[in-house]
Write a protein that binds this ligand. Structure first.
Ligand code: HEM
Length: 528
């Protein structure tokens, strides 16, 4: 956590600026110079002009002028808390990561929940996906599970992400709506992207208006790999299951809450943790092998698909507890930088094309957002285990190599020689065989865009199905362009006829347009 103000680093907290009778420390400039008057600028005569030599005034105003940094390009509005992960069931049989080997071991964690579309100042209880990003400060380095509260995503390939986000955020000419899915650009894009249908159904479900961050599930979304001590790979999907249960609000409540208290979710988390009512999640894993992957109805690399828990049960292996609010919102929650590429020995990626693009995107955007390559030196981002390398300099460098050696190999004796790579303990990528031509065509195995959307709809209770239908009607009724509403209905007909009819009726559209022609026939034989 950040240094408390007024502490003088390197001087054992001793001050030479004095303190008043009540022991309140004397205010200083950033240079540590005691301040006599923080209410009045230095002037030439009581009613005269301000003087440039007023270094205290200039430093204070200069610093204030530079307080803002770019907000995140997505997930700008969020709220974070500290806690820990405790392993309750060893995964050593399938994974050699230190965090999964010692039952009872606690690993410090920082979690940031967020909305996706709205800016920093938008409301909490909007209809949107929620980010569920977890940083685990393991003994082998930082591992981030940068997930959402919905197990699938809108697009299959990262190259579509800028378009998707442009379409989801405020429209560029008018600058609104700031945090709603209800607008033409969003529905235009998703209705032209059949692959979005499954996720759109989740976004229109009660999952997208959670009662609180404490009552949400979290999902790593992509298929990852666990690697065992012999280098064997097992596929894995990560789940966070709230011990508080799942709760949502209904749409009318959401509208009222947003009006009365746009900070509803962040206040809820702050109050719960400060009251000692620490929220907890179980970490669950779905584990499967190549044989299952080959027999599965969908491609395990396709992030618009989930693996039904009936087919691969979720094994609970640990718990995440949030028990400490931040000392400072900006220093921790704003400056935290999650990245899918932050991964530790024993865990690896797959070729999911969305994941591969994310691996590039986060580091890139954070270098800009946090002002250069040294944002890993900010305490919230730094590992809590020792770290050594020869990276140096750049803006705000706090951890340059000590001594003579800033390169390797070098022949300097220890300790000047510094760190060396270690083939025995260092990170090794799973040596997956690769072959094939360089192409842009998407695999045909990614072609079924409707069957899981249908499976999701029919798995809902009748009340939840009505909420979904009402959400489609409400959101699409805000769309001004009739052709976009009709186009959306062509997809809903492939999801479920009752849903499509209900939405069409709510929108006053009759007759129903023909169903969109699916790339792959919709499967009606899948269980709910
Ligand atoms: C931020 C999740 C897809 C780029 C975030 C955050 C989460 C998240 C939770 C907020 C992190 C925080 O709290 O600081 C996801 C999930 C995805 C997904 C679950 C799909 C499964 C993508 C894709 C890209 C992308 C495809 C780009 C190719 C970004 C960027 C940020 C971000 C640039 C802002 C990061 C920052 O400024 O620190 N994402 N995302 N995301 N995501 Fe994603």
């Amino acid at each position: 956590s950040p240094q408390p103000s007024h502490t003088i680093a390197g001087q054992g907290g001793e001050t030479h600026q004095g303190a008043d009778d009540a022991g309140i420390p004397t205010m200083t400039t950033q240079q540590g110079v005691p301040v006599s008057d923080d209410q009045n600028t230095l002037r030439n005569g009581a009613r005269g002009p301000a003087l440039m030599e007023d270094f205290h005034f200039r430093e204070k105003i200069f610093h204030f002028d530079h307080e803002r940094i770019p907000e995140r390009v997505v997930h700008a509005r969020g709220y974070g808390a500290h806690g820990y992960f405790e392993l309750t069931d060893s995964l050593a049989d399938v994974c050699h990561a230190d965090i999964f080997r010692h039952v009872g071991e606690k690993t410090p964690a920082f979690v940031r929940f967020s909305t996706v579309a709205g800016g920093r100042g938008s409301s909490d209880v909007v209809r949107d996906v929620r980010g569920f990003a977890v940083k685990l400060y393991t003994r082998q380095g930082n591992w981030d599970i940068v997930g959402n509260n919905i197990p699938v995503f809108f697009i299959q390939d990262a190259i579509k992400f800028p378009d998707f986000v442009h379409a989801a955020k405020e429209e560029p000419d008018r600058g609104f709506p700031q945090a709603q899915t209800a607008h033409d650009n969003f529905w235009d894009f998703v209705s032209l992207s059949p692959e979005a249908t499954h996720m759109v159904c989740w976004a229109m479900s009660d999952r997208a208006i959670p009662r609180s961050f404490r009552f949400m599930e979290g999902f790593g979304v992509h298929t990852f790999r666990l690697i065992d001590a012999q280098g064997r790979s097992t596929y894995v999907k990560f789940h966070w299951k709230p011990r508080q249960g799942l709760q949502s609000v209904v749409w009318n409540e959401a509208l009222k809450i947003n009006g009365a208290d746009p900070d509803f979710h962040r206040r809820d988390l702050w109050n719960a943790i400060n009251a000692g009512d620490y929220p907890e999640w179980d970490l669950g894993v779905q584990l499967f092998d190549d044989e299952f992957a080959d027999s599965f109805d969908f491609d395990i690399l396709d992030p618009t698909k989930l693996i039904p828990e009936e087919l691969v049960p979720v094994r609970r292996v640990g718990r995440l507890v949030l028990n400490r609010v931040v000392d400072n919102f900006f220093a921790e929650t704003e400056q935290v930088a999650f990245c899918t590429q932050n991964i530790v020995p024993g865990i690896d990626f797959t070729n999911d094309p969305l994941l591969q693009g994310r691996n590039f995107s986060y580091l890139d955007t954070q270098t800009k957002r946090l002002g250069g390559p040294n944002f890993t030196h900010i305490p919230i981002n730094a590992p809590k285990c020792p770290f050594h390398n020869f990276q140096q300099d750049g803006h705000m460098a706090m951890h340059n190599p000590k001594g003579r050696a800033n390169y390797e190999p070098n022949s300097w004796p220890q300790p000047q020689g510094g760190a060396r790579e270690n083939p025995a303990t260092g990170y090794r990528s799973f040596p997956q065989e690769q072959s094939g031509e360089k192409v842009r065509e998407r695999s045909a195995s990614f072609g079924d865009h409707y069957s899981q959307a249908r499976q999701f709809y029919i798995s809902q209770t009748p009340v939840e199905q009505t909420h979904m239908k009402d959400a489609f009607v409400f959101e699409l009724s805000k769309v001004e362009t009739p052709a976009i509403r009709v186009r959306m209905l062509t997809h809903l007909r492939n999801v479920d006829e009752t849903l499509a009819h209900g939405v069409a009726e709510g929108l006053g559209i009759s007759p129903l347009p023909p169903a969109a022609r699916p790339f792959v026939p919709v499967r009606t034989d899948l269980p709910a």
